[in-house]
Design a protein around this ligand. Structure first.
Ligand code: NAI
Ligand code: MG
Length: 541
């Protein structure tokens, strides 16, 4: 189902590509003008429209500790802003070290004394299934909160991400009663078994690009294996987690099992990473912050840390490519979610034989990407999450121009309000330019030319990152060569961004440690205990 929902998005994206004339007339409607060969958006068209009133109110702004919504101990709040306008959505309780202490104490008590780890696995499974049912029931409100706080298209949130969230909890509910150890043969008269035990209190820190899915990837396996949790949301997007966590309590999750702290990284996040009573830490975010939390984990109680960090993923278009299809897929690989994906195909390598045609078509495709209020039907791209990301992206665009890359389309803010950025395409990008090396995390496609397979393998791997790669070819030998040579955690061949609950995800090199989703994530939340008992007069060994 999850892959069906992503395919829906992909299919919608592909079916929206029509003949050139149709594209141009649609471009006109969007206010596209062409100057000196560069397609530019007419900003005033977007500015004139008033933002659509979100079809939801904000139900929760407090911290969730021990099953209750409470204010921060300090009484402080912070603002979460609407990325469409930069205006206030709500003031949210600002958790810091003292609140983290309270939440960890609640999680500790729930683990050491509460029912959750002691429930028959089948009972935990039933509660997780009920959580998924309640999320389905409130699909549209949850999606609306996610769009409001993050800026992603409502259709994407409602039709893809919230259903994937529910699917992931059903997947892990399925595992809950199938987790067990082994009976192990020993060299002497011993009965040896392994017990797979929950690890205890899990600390989890998530980012803002997929607030709900990052919650699911972390909370799903941790709950299925009987752990308790303190989760810190990203300061840009605190709202949806509070809503779903409340639903989880309605579904029967005991108090203290899932605690949610809204707040900032250097205060609440650092307190969680360095807490002596947190038994495991899972983090998703930037490589820089990943290094900090790994160090905090090591310096405190040496808790195991899984890290899902940044990327600069190659998307390789081979010489045999159907250019129209390759353009569409490469476009999706980069521009999906406003370009705010750790695995975005942000280095588009195109074989020299098809390069010129590809660049021309990629430019046209990007310039007719529909940008606007994410609550509006048919919108492909909303605003970036906040002013910091918005400014960072515009800075990278300036650096691309200054370094001599060719700006084919876009390059400026879209409209005059909020954090919208024009879909931007650079060609003639060289490997040593910042736009080819750094994670831009925005709607900026960098197209690079290559000649042969060995060259593109070397260049693809010449990065500190190793999260994902896209390969576009009909030649099975080429595909197989690339699949094995690319030093990345995921290779998508003739597709991209397929995120089923069962498919493991994670990085090589500085894209992180460990895998999330699938069977692999269960081991992040389990201890393996070996138990040895002598056997007296065994009938067999
Ligand atoms: P970040 O990595 O600083 O933030 C991610 C999470 O870590 C948030 O919950 C934040 O509050 C927390 N955090 C920040 N500093 C912390 C600290 N000292 N101790 C503990 N937790 C801390 O990412 P940020 O600042 O939001 O974005 C910066 C860049 O990171 C983006 O431009 C993008 O390139 C990359 N990024 C990558 C993501 C991914 O999915 N791999 C997600 C978000 C950002
Ligand atoms: Mg926000």
């Amino acid at each position: 189902m999850a892959s069906r929902t992503v395919s829906w998005l992909l299919a919608r994206s592909i079916s929206s590509s029509g003949p050139r004339s149709a594209l141009l007339s649609r471009g006109k409607k969007l206010g596209l003008v062409s100057r000196g060969g560069i397609h530019r958006y007419n900003s005033t068209a977007a500015a004139a429209e008033e933002p659509i009133t979100p079809p939801v109110t904000v139900p929760h702004t407090q911290l969730l500790i021990n099953g209750k919504f409470v204010d921060a101990a300090s009484g402080r709040t912070f603002q979460t802003l609407d990325p469409r306008t930069g205006e206030l959505i709500a003031n949210v309780a600002e958790g810091d070290a003292e609140d983290v202490n309270r939440a960890v104490a609640a999680a500790r008590k729930a683990f050491d004394e509460g029912p959750w780890p002691r429930l028959p696995a089948f009972e935990r499974q039933k509660i997780l299934l009920k959580c998924a049912d309640l999320v389905d029931k409130h699909n549209d409100e949850i999606a609306a909160l996610e769009t409001w706080d993050n800026g992603k298209p409502y259709e994407q949130a409602a039709k893809v991400e919230v259903p994937m969230f529910a699917r992931l909890f059903r997947y892990y509910a399925g595992w809950a009663d199938k987790i067990h150890g082994l009976t192990v043969p020993a060299d002497g008269p011993y009965h040896v078994q392994t017990l797979h035990e929950p690890i205890g209190v899990a600390g989890q820190i998530i980012p803002w690009n997929f607030p709900l899915l990052m919650f699911a990837w972390k909370v799903g396996p941790a709950l299925a294996t009987g752990n308790t949790i303190v989760l810190k949301t990203a300061e840009q997007t605190p709202l949806s987690a509070l809503y779903v966590a409340r639903l989880f309590h309605e579904a029967g999750l005991p108090e203290g099992v899932l605690n949610i702290i809204s707040g900032f990284g250097p205060t609440a996040g650092a307190a969680l990473a360095s807490h002596m009573d947190v038994d495991k830490l899972a983090f998703t975010g930037s490589t820089e912050t990943g290094k900090i939390v790994l160090e905090l984990g090591a310096k405190s109680n040496l808790k195991p840390v899984t890290l899902e960090l940044g990327g600069k993923s190659p998307f390789i278009v081979c010489e045999d490519a159907d250019v129209d299809q390759a353009v569409e897929l490469a476009h999706f690989a980069l521009f999906f979610n406003q370009g705010q994906c750790c695995c975005a195909g942000s280095r588009t390598f195109v074989h020299e034989k098809v390069y010129d045609e590809f660049v021309e078509k990629a430019k046209v495709r990007a310039s007719r990407r529909s940008v606007g209020d994410p609550f509006k039907a048919g919108i492909e791209q909303g605003p970036q999450v906040d002013s910091e990301q918005f400014e960072k992206i515009l800075k990278y665009i300036r650096s691309g121009v200054e370094c001599g890359a060719t700006l084919e389309t876009g390059g400026e803010r879209f409209g005059s309000k909020g954090y919208y950025v024009q879909p931007t395409v650079f060609s003639n990008v060289k490997d040593d330019m910042l736009i080819a090396k750094d994670e831009i995390f925005g709607p900026v496609q960098s197209i690079l030319k290559f000649k042969d397979l060995n060259e593109v393998i070397k260049r693809s791997n010449a990065t500190r990152y190793g999260l994902a790669a896209g390969v576009f070819t009909q030649n099975i030998d080429t595909a197989n060569t690339l699949i094995r040579a690319l030093r990345v955690g995921t290779v998508w061949v003739n597709t991209f961004d397929i995120f089923d609950a069962a498919i493991p995800f994670g990085g090589y090199k500085m894209s992180g440690h460990g895998r999330e989703k699938g069977i692999y994530s269960l081991s992040n939340y389990l201890q393996v205990k070996a138990v040895v008992t002598p056997l007296k007069n065994p009938a067999w060994l």
